[in-house]
Write a protein that binds this ligand. Sequence first.
Ligand SMILES: [Zn+2]
Length: 339
Amino acid sequence: MHLLSRERPRRRELASSDELTWRRLPFDRLSAGSWPSRRGEARRLRECSVQVIAIWALVFVCSVFPALAANRTIRTRPARLVNGAPVLFQVKAPAKLESLTGTWLGHQLTFSYNPSTKTWFTLAGVSFETTPGKYALELTGQRDATKTPWTFKQTLTVSRAKYPQIKVELTVEKKFTEPNPEQQQQIAEGVKIKEDYLNRVTPAREWDGKFTAPAEAPISDVFGSQRIFNGKAQRPHFGLDFRVPAGTPVAAMNQGTVLLARFLYFEGNCVVIDHGQGLLTLYFHLSEFKVKEGDSVKRGQEIGLSGGTGRATGPHLHVAVRWQGAYLDPARLMQLPLP
Ligand SMILES: [Zn+2]
C-alpha cells in the first residue's frame, strides 16, 4: 500500500506535463560540464534514458488512445460505472456546438450546456440488469460556425456493483400476495398507468444541482436487497426506504413537474416527479398529497406526508429513481456532485 501511494504522484507528474519532465533532464548540466564523477555521470545518463523512454511511451499512448490525453472529451461521474447506478456524462467538444445528443445502452441522450465550464452534460444511468462489459457512448453534435456535424465515440467499462445480499422477509395482507379477481383488476389498472407514465422521457432538463434526501430520517432498507413477501421471493428492492412515522413531511429531491399524484394498488398514494432528461423520482405509501399532477415543484418543497398506504408493512417512505425505464440507486444519485 505504501509503495503504491509513493509511486502515484510521480506518475501523475509525468502525465500532467511533458514540459516539466523535459526540464528535469540533465542536458543543461551536460553543457555546463560540471560532473562530479564518472559513476555519477553513468547513473545520470541511465536515469535520463529511462525518462526519455517514458516520455516517448506516454506520447505514443496518448496518440493511440486520445481519451488518455490531458484534454479528454468525455468525463463520467463517478469515474467507475456500475449496474444500477446513475452517471453524469460531461463532454468537452473541440468546437463550439449548437446542440449535442447521444446514444448509450440503447437510450437517447440530450445534453445541456454549461457556459461557465464550457462543457455539455446530461444525467444517465446503467440498469440493474446490465451485465458487466464494455459499452459505447456515441455523440452527435452540430458545429455552431460551419453547421456541420461533429461525432465522437468512446467505449466505457461497466463493472458489477456490490449490492447487499440480505434477504428481507416481510408479512403483508393477503390481498397483496393472493389478490381476488376484483383486486387483480385494480392491479392491472395500476400496471397500465405505470406503463403509460413511468417510461416517459422529457428531453429538456428541469433538475438543477444536487438531488437531496426527501426526509431527514434513518435508512431502513437499501437498493438491491432481495425481498420475500409471505414466503414468496419478489424482484429486488428497487428503492430506498426511510424510517419515518406517518405524517412526516416528504420533500421533492430536485426541481421538476409532478407527473403523477394518485393512488395505486401496491404503491399506495404515490407522487412521481419528472426532472427532465428521462429522470423521475417516485415517492410511495403517502398518507396525504400536497401537490397535484402538472404542478411545478422546487427542490425541498413539501409534496406530501408519509404513511403506510399500499403494500407496506408499516409507515415508511419508499423513494425510487427511474431513468428511461430503469430503476437506479437513489443513494448513489444523492452522492453525485451535479452542475
Ligand atoms: Zn421500499
